[in-house]
Design a protein around this ligand. Sequence first.
Ligand code: GDP
Ligand code: MG
Length: 207
Amino acid sequence: MAMSVRRRTLLKVIVLGDSGVGKTSLMNQYVHKKFSQQYKATIGADFVTKELQIDDRLVTLQIWDTAGQERFQSLGVAFYRGADCCVLVYDVNVMRSFDTLDTWHEEFLKQANPSDPRAFPFILLGNKIDIDGGNSRVVSEKKAKEWCASKGNIPYFETSAKEDYNVDAAFLCIAKTALSNEHEQDIYFQGIPEAVPESEQRGGCAC
Ligand code: GDP
Ligand code: MG
């Protein structure tokens, strides 16, 4: 095929949250349809990509995972740079992972420094809802939704990377949310982020 008729859009999505909440597992389930019970800290991997179609647009999600440095909260500026959406993940069975969401939210805004922090697209995933049939759960859906409301109505999904529950739905919402931020990026990010090939440049106004 000589040329793609459709416009292609590259969206950078970063996934943040405490170590062990299932960030890598959610990505693996979404992109590779695989789940591993084995705990292994992510090694080196920067990002994985997944293509999807939203209406008439081909969208490439570039999903950035941490390499375990989240334990030290030192993720470096390249990780945050040019993000179109920030996915926050906690474990519904671990209160601490919910309590640290404020810190992750603030850290993102500080490091990524988006032009309009109130309007920047976040999404929250409450993961591991499969564990013990929900009996070991310590964060209620209501509590999570209240947190989302307090941050300007962040979309919320309850997921299980293990059972592949709500994972596709969550990432579709992530893609749509990231797309909605594209216009702002066109205006405020003059350069193209390093990791984006020239062929992936964004098109003009979609009005
Ligand atoms: P990360 O540190 O946030 O990247 O977390 P990982 O993806 O490495 O997951 C940490 C551990 O939790 C691993 O042992 C996973 O197998 C397990 N895990 C991740 N997601 C789920 C889930 O939805 N349900 C269950 N039961 N275990 C999960
Ligand atoms: Mg990981």
